[in-house]
Design a protein around this ligand. Structure first.
Ligand code: NDP
Ligand code: 8X3
Length: 250
C-alpha cells in the first residue's frame, strides 16, 4: 500500500520538488499552500503518477490548519509522513532596524505554523504507532549570519523542536528527521526581498547553489531507510558554500 505524505508549502521551491519526486516513487501526496492555482496545476501535472489531495490553507492560522486536517476524507486520514517545509525569510536588517511585521511573519510561519500542523497530525501517528516527521530547518538553524537574526532564531527553534519531538514520540515508534540545507535556488530570496528579482538573483550568482531537487533526493533517501534506521540530522550544502557566510563565487 502506498504511504501518505503531507507536504507543507508544495506550491514552490523545495516543497514542489519533493512532491514531484515522491509522486514518481510510490507515495500518495497531500499538498498544501496558500496559492490554490499552483496546487491545482501541480496536482494535474502529477495525476498520471499518483493520487493527490489538496489542502489549501494559511499555516499561520490555527483554525484553518485544524479544519484542513479534520476535512481529510477517511482514505487520506492515515498520514504516514509529515514534511514540515512551509517557511520563509522576510527582510534582512540589523535588529535595531528590524521590521516588526517581518518578524511576526517569520515567527508565525516557521515556528507557530510548524507547531500547529504537527499538533494536529502527530496524534494520528501516535494512534497508528508509526510515522515520520521531516522538518526542513536550515543551516541558519546551526549557524548565525549578520542580518539573519530573526530568521536564524526561527530555524534554531525548528532544530530544537526536531530534537524535542523525537524525544516526545520515541515511545510511539515515530521517526523525526531534521534537514538543514545551505543556499537553495528557489523563490526564497524573492520572498525575502519582497519581489525585488534583481536583488534575489544576486544571491545565487557566481556559484552553483543547491536546487529543490537536491533536497528532494535527500528527503527520498531519508524515507527509504529501513524501519529500524532513522536519519536524525542532515546538513546539506552547495560545494561552494563552506559555512553560512563563506561562499566561493567566481
Ligand atoms: P519558496 O519561497 O520557494 O517556497 C516556500 C513555500 O512555503 C511555498 O510553497 C509557500 O506557499 C509556503 N508558505 C509560505 N508561507 C506560508 C503560509 N503562511 N501558509 C502556507 N504555506 C506557506 O522557498 P523554499 O522552497 O526555499 O523554502 C522551503 C523551506 O526551506 C522553508 O522552510 C525555508 O526556510 C527552508 N530553507 C530554504 C533554503 C533556501 O536557501 N532556499 C535553505 C534552507 C532552508 P504559498 O506561498 O503558496 O503559501
Ligand atoms: C536559508 C539559508 O543562508 O540563505 O535557510 O539564509 S540562508
Amino acid at each position: 500500500m502506498k504511504k501518505i505524505v503531507l507536504i507543507t508549502g508544495a506550491t514552490a521551491g523545495i516543497g514542489e520538488a519533493i512532491a514531484k519526486l515522491l509522486a514518481k516513487n510510490d507515495y500518495k501526496l497531500i499538498i498544501t499552500g496558500r496559492r490554490l492555482e499552483r496546487l491545482e496545476e501541480l496536482r494535474n501535472s502529477l495525476a498520471a503518477d499518483t493520487d493527490i489531495h489538496i489542502l489549501n490553507f494559511d499555516i499561520r492560522n490555527e483554525t484553518e490548519v485544524e479544519n484542513a486536517i479534520n476535512s481529510l476524507p477517511a482514505e487520506w486520514k492515515e498520514i504516514d509522513v509529515l514534511i514540515n517545509n512551509a517557511g520563509l525569510a522576510v527582510g534582512l536588517n540589523h535588529i535595531n532596524d528590524g521590521v516588526i511585521d517581518d518578524w511576526e511573519r517569520m515567527i508565525d510561519t516557521n515556528i507557530k505554523g510548524l507547531l500547529y500542523i504537527t499538533r494536529f497530525v502527530s496524534p494520528i501517528m501516535v494512534q497508528n504507532k508509526q510515522g515520520h516527521i521531516v522538518n526542513i530547518s536550515s543551516i541558519a538553524g546551526k549557524e548565525i549570519y549578520e542580518y539573519g537574526n530573526v530568521y536564524g532564531a526561527t530555524k534554531h527553534a525548528v532544530d530544537a523542536l526536531s530534537r524535542a519531538i523525537r524525544i516526545d514520540l520515541v515511545k510511539d515508534g515515530i521517526k523525526v528527521t531534521n534537514i538543514a540545507p545551505g543556499m537553495v535556488d528557489t523563490e526564497f530570496s524573492l520572498v525575502r526581498f519582497k519581489g525585488d528579482k534583481k536583488r534575489a538573483d544576486k544571491v545565487y550568482s557566481g556559484f552553483t547553489p543547491l536546487f529543490g531537487e537536491d533536497i528532494a533526493e535527500t528527503v527520498l533517501f531519508t524515507l527509504q531507510q529501513p524501519a529500524h534506521v532513522n536519519l536524525n540530522d542532515i546538513v546539506i550544502m552547495p560545494t561552494a558554500q563552506a559555512a553560512i557566510s563563506v561562499i566561493h563565487r567566481a
